[in-house]
Design a protein around this ligand. Structure first.
Ligand code: B16
Ligand code: MG
Length: 221
């Protein structure tokens, strides 16, 4: 007999808050400086991907090689620019209906976790005042393998003591949807249906996550 408790695991950037646009601006600034072409389409490949892996992708696409110290310096510069961009974030930047969903899951006694590749995740959650909703937080500081490896979601579900089959993941990134699928979890893509075609279900944003739909997820056998 099931306890009725499922794990609901949220990605951060692009799902809870729209920091994806700040990541884009910070990468774009570095790409311009290094003379590498970078646009919003290229940026899709960076979503959900770790900082280090993102820089590797950027340098590869521009055919630029870097010494270890250049590499570390560029990662540092990108992060400094990103931190500047997010420094004035407030709860106004929480994406539409995210709180409605979190409140409902809490009311129904569900496990709620964060599964983010970002090393800045706890800072952002604090800034927008959402930390207390998350029983478990797995971020870029707690994993050794980046999405699409399932490690981040497996650790989040295990922290909540829920098996993957009763875990639901909300993701805006191709790599994140793949990670959730590889973990054997129910993936919900947040964004464009075409881009997130491998998700089990896709919503444009959380306005489409109705309470009856959430109840169906909670009560599924
Ligand atoms: P940081 P998520 C990811 O967060 C972002 O989508 C990705 O663009 C970023 O490179 C990565 O975090 C690392 O972020 O540089 O802050 O450690 O979408 O998994 O919440
Ligand atoms: Mg994301």
């Amino acid at each position: 007999m099931r306890s009725g408790r499922n794990a609901f695991i949220f990605d951060l950037d692009g799902v809870i808050v729209d920091t994806a646009k700040y990541h884009y601006l910070a990468w774009k600034k570095l790409a311009d400086r290094l003379g590498i072409f970078f646009d919003e389409t290229e940026n899709e490949k960076f979503k959900g991907v770790s900082r280090q892996k993102s820089l590797e992708l950027l340098l590869q696409s521009g055919g630029v090689s870097a010494s270890e110290s250049d590499f570390n310096q560029w990662m540092h510069e990108k992060n400094e620019d990103y931190l500047n961009l997010i420094q004035d974030m407030t709860e106004d930047e929480i994406l539409v209906d995210v709180k409605k969903v979190l409140d409902h899951l809490k009311e129904r006694g569900q496990g709620v976790a964060l599964g983010s590749a970002s090393k800045n995740a706890t800072l952002i959650l604090d800034r927008v005042g959402l930390t207390s909703y998350f029983e478990v937080i797995i971020d870029g500081n707690k994993v050794s393998k980046a999405k699409p490896d399932p490690e981040v979601f497996i650790k989040a579900a295990s922290g909540l003591n829920v098996s993957p089959e009763y875990s639901v993941v909300f993701e805006d990134a191709i790599a994140g949807v793949e990670a959730a699928n590889r973990a054997g979890m129910y993936s919900i893509g947040v964004g464009d249906t075409e881009t997130l075609q491998h998700a089990k279900h896709v919503v444009k944003d959380f306005t489409e996550l109705t309470l009856p739909f959430l109840d169906q997820l909670i009560d599924r056998e």
